[in-house]
Ligand binder design. Structure first.
Ligand code: ATP
Ligand code: MG
Length: 355
């Protein structure tokens, strides 16, 4: 059996593994720190579930394999400086930005980017970790630890956050899922809704942007593009060269999930425009204990990742999918009773999108 080795052994690797079965592929997620190096066959494939990895014996071993897909892409996306430079060079709209050098002052950043400026670590940030706001009203300075290690972005007064998940195969064919509407709280994705007819008119714009980005890098596999919506303009927030949390709903709501689509593309199997079924909502389970009652709610799929429970940590997700909106609302109502009170605003937001 052909094996797809996945750099990274978190939930994304596990869900790739689940998706591999109908393709008769074997997926082996690997922790970057593992010391026993696997023997990788000549016909095997190497892919990633994370774009950032430490320099270890395993990561060197994997990245030297000739079938390491997108080998030349990760450094350009994993470092926000290179990622933002790439978007600028392609003329793809992104939040105006500056590099934060050793001697860059807060004044210079405010002059260039306005009174509220968001510092983002060049590498390693996730779930809103690795961000720092500078407000000119407070006369904040650039903290020493951020000098030379960050970029600065203009605050975007966005109406909402949308993401596009797409895939490209090695012949350059593109396929895309419908735009997904995302709710973030403190930098963490809480919920997604898709498809949404009121954003259909933005689909072409989004596809043109992500298509151009994937073509420019000769990318193969699934890529996600997180966007801010300002009026009818999309502004790229960031790219993820991998399967993405905002695409988890495709497990229930599309004939080919993002996980299967990624595997098809990297294994040179046909990819196709995913037919979407019904209405989907994805709720992330953040920092809470598992409650098996969730599993009995009709129209849901429950994923529990088996990680240690810690505040703010992504521990699982629930997909709700049904052809009828009323059934989705009924499932949401049942789930709301079983999740902690702080999920109230998340359910309010989802309900407001469905009506
Ligand atoms: P992820 O977990 O998706 O990798 P991250 O920690 O890498 O997230 P971003 O996606 O860059 O960070 O930012 C997290 C959230 O912070 C965004 O989804 C958005 O809500 C907010 N945000 C980021 N950049 C800006 C900006 N320039 N203006 C306003 N809000 C922003
Ligand atoms: Mg993000």
């Amino acid at each position: 059996m052909q094996t797809v080795w996945v750099l990274g052994a978190g939930q994304l690797g596990a869900m790739l593994q689940q998706a591999a079965y109908p393709l008769a592929l074997r997926v082996e997620p690997l922790d970057p720190d593992v010391t026993a190096l696997p023997s990788i066959g000549d016909n095997d494939i190497v892919t990633v579930e994370r774009e950032q990895w430490p320099e270890t014996a395993l990561t060197r071993h994997l990245s030297e394999h000739p079938n390491f897909v997108n080998a030349d892409v990760f450094w350009r996306i994993a470092d926000r400086f290179h990622q933002k430079s790439l978007l600028d060079s392609l003329d793809v709209a992104t939040a105006p930005w500056r590099a934060v050098e050793q001697d860059t002052s807060a004044d210079e950043l405010h002059q260039a980017l306005g009174k509220d400026v968001l510092l983002k670590r060049r590498t390693g940030g996730y779930d809103g970790k690795g961000q720092y706001w500078l407000h000119s009203d407070n006369a904040d300075d650039v903290p020493a630890a951020w000098q030379g290690t960050a970029i600065a972005e203009q605050k975007i007064p966005f109406m909402e956050e949308l993401s596009l998940v797409g895939a490209r195969d090695s012949n350059g064919k593109h396929v895309f899922y419908p735009l997904t509407l995302n709710l973030h709280s403190n930098g963490i994705l809480m919920a997604s809704v898709a498809p949404l007819s009121r954003v259909d008119h933005l689909q072409g714009q989004a596809q043109a942007m992500l298509g151009k980005i994937m073509d420019a890098m000769n990318y193969v596999g699934v890529m996600a593009m997180e966007c801010f919506r300002v009026g009818d303009e999309l502004i790229v927030n960031e790219l993820a060269p991998r399967v993405h949390n905002s695409g988890h709903w495709t497990q229930a709501g599309a004939c080919v999930s993002q996980f299967e689509m990624h595997l098809r593309a990297v294994a040179k199997l046909p990819i196709k425009a995913p037919e979407v079924r019904g209405h989907s909502v994805m709720i992330n389970l953040i920092g809470i204990e598992r409650d098996t009652r969730w599993m009995a709610i009709p129209s849901t799929q429950c994923y529990w990742y088996g990680k240690d429970v810690r505040p703010g940590r992504k521990l699982g997700h629930i997909n709700i999918n049904h052809p009828q909106l009323s059934a989705v609302s009924t499932a949401l109502e049942a789930l709301k009773q079983q999740l902690p009170e702080n999920y109230g605003p998340v359910f309010d937001w989802v309900e407001s999108q469905l009506t």
